[in-house]
Design a protein around this ligand. Structure first.
Ligand code: ZN
Length: 372
C-alpha cells in the first residue's frame, strides 16, 4: 500500500486510515456523500414510513397464520437487536429469538438475553458452536492475517438464521442492521461477501487450520440463492422503517427489559471487544469507532467536535486491555510469543485466498438474464 498524506474529512471524522477514501474540493469524503445518497434514496416521510411499516407487519402476520412463529430475530445482546426484538413484541408478532453462542459472550450479555426472552415471553433457540472447532478456525484466520475476523461469527449466525427459517418454515428474518447508526463502513474495513462466502472460510481453514471443519454452520451462495429465491425467505431491516434513535432506544430497553449497558459498542462479546480494541488498530491501523461516529455525525445525531473528542479516548481502558491480552490468546490455545508472532505477520486481503467470486458472477449474470 503506498503512503499518502494524512487527511481527515471536513464534515465527518473519517480519514486516510481508509486507504480508498476520496475527498472533494471542500475536503468532504466519499463516505459522507454515499451515505447521504443512501439516506436520500431510502428517504421516506414519517407518513410513508408508518404506512410501509404497517404493510410489512400485516404481511408478516398473514404469512405466520397457522404457524408457530411469525418471524425470526437474531439477538446478540446489543442495543440494536434487543430494541428491535422488544418492538416486535409491541407489534404483536410471535418471534423465535435466535442467539449464537460462540464461546465469547460476556456474563452480562447472557443475562441481558435471558431477561429479554423472559420478559417478552419469546422462545429462545441458542446455537452453540463446537468450541474446539471454532477455536481452530479463529486461529486459522489470525494466521491468515485477514482483516475481518468477525466474519466468522457473522457468517455463522446468518447461516443459523437461514437454516432455522427453512427448517421451521418461517418466511421472515428481522434484522437489526440499520442506516441510522451503521451507515458508514468502508469497504476496505470489512469483507463484504462474508455472509454467503463459505468458500473463503473453507479455503482459509484448509491453508492454515488444523484438523477438519465439520460442524461450523456454513452458508454457500447457492444455498442462499435457493432459500431466498425458491423458498422465499426474506430478510427485513425493519429499523429503517422506524424512528430509530440509539440513546432513546437504550433508555426504553433499560426501563422495560432490565437491560444493562456494556460500556462500549460490541462489548457484549469479549472477542469483538479485543478484535476492535486491539487487533484492528494495532495490526491494520483501523479504529472502527471512526466509522460509527462518522455515521452519527452524518445523520445529525452527534456533532463533529464531540466525535473528535470521543476519538481521543483510548478504545479500551488499560485495565480491560491488560486483562484481555492475558485471557484471549490463552483461550485460543496460543502462547504469548505465538500470538505476538501472528500479530507481526503482514496484513492480507480476503481476496488473497480463494473466494466464491466466480459463482457470484455467474449467479448475477443468470439473474440479469432471468430478469429480462
Ligand atoms: Zn466524511
Amino acid at each position: 500500500m503506498k503512503e499518502r498524506p494524512y487527511q481527515i474529512c471536513s464534515n465527518c471524522v473519517m480519514d486516510t486510515s481508509d486507504p480508498q477514501i476520496r475527498f472533494d474540493e471542500n475536503g468532504v469524503c466519499n463516505h459522507c456523500k454515499d451515505y447521504l445518497e443512501k439516506l436520500r434514496k431510502g428517504a421516506l416521510t414519517e407518513k410513508e414510513k408508518k404506512e410501509k411499516l404497517q404493510t410489512i407487519l400485516e404481511l408478516i402476520k398473514e404469512e405466520g397464520q397457522g404457524k408457530e412463529y411469525d418471524c425470526i430475530s437474531g439477538v446478540s445482546g446489543g442495543v440494536d437487536s434487543t430494541y428491535l426484538t422488544y418492538m416486535l413484541k409491541q407489534f404483536g408478532l410471535r418471534v423465535l429469538v435466535i442467539h449464537l453462542d460462540n464461546g465469547w459472550d460476556s456474563e452480562l450479555a447472557v443475562k441481558n438475553i435471558e431477561n429479554l426472552v423472559t420478559r417478552l415471553d419469546f422462545d429462545l433457540y441458542t446455537k452453540v458452536l463446537d468450541w474446539d472447532e471454532f477455536r481452530r478456525l479463529q486461529v486459522a484466520y489470525l494466521k491468515a492475517s485477514v482483516l475481518d475476523m468477525e466474519a466468522l461469527s457473522d457468517h455463522a449466525i446468518f447461516a443459523t438464521l437461514m437454516d432455522q427459517a427453512s427448517e421451521k418454515k418461517i418466511k421472515y428474518i428481522i434484522n437489526g442492521a440499520n442506516l441510522a447508526t451503521e451507515g458508514i463502513l468502508p469497504l476496505s474495513w470489512r469483507y463484504d461477501e462474508k455472509l454467503t462466502d463459505s468458500t473463503n472460510i473453507k479455503s482459509i481453514f484448509k491453508l492454515f487450520g488444523e484438523g477438519y471443519l465439520r460442524k461450523f454452520p456454513l452458508l454457500s451462495l447457492q444455498r442462499f440463492a435457493y432459500l431466498t429465491r425458491v423458498k422465499k425467505i426474506t430478510v427485513i431491516n425493519l429499523l429503517d422503517y422506524m424512528d430509530y434513535h440509539k440513546d432513546e432506544s437504550k433508555k426504553i430497553i433499560q426501563e422495560n427489559l432490565c437491560w444493562r449497558d456494556y460500556g462500549g459498542k460490541h462489548y457484549e462479546s469479549i472477542i469483538t471487544r479485543f478484535y476492535q480494541g486491539y487487533i484492528l488498530p494495532k495490526k491494520f491501523g483501523i479504529d472502527k469507532r471512526r466509522a460509527h461516529l462518522s455515521t452519527l455525525v452524518a445523520s445529525g445525531q452527534l456533532t463533529r467536535e464531540a466525535a473528535l473528542e470521543k476519538l481521543k479516548e483510548p478504545i479500551m481502558t488499560p485495565e480491560v486491555l491488560k486483562q484481555d491480552l492475558e485471557y484471549v490468546p490463552k483461550k485460543l490455545g496460543l502462547t504469548k510469543s505465538e500470538f505476538e508472532a501472528i500479530m507481526n505477520l503482514p496484513p492480507k486481503q480476503h481476496h488473497d485466498y480463494p473466494t466464491n467470486r466466480k459463482t457470484r458472477q455467474f449467479l448475477f449474470s443468470l439473474n440479469k438474464k432471468l430478469a429480462r
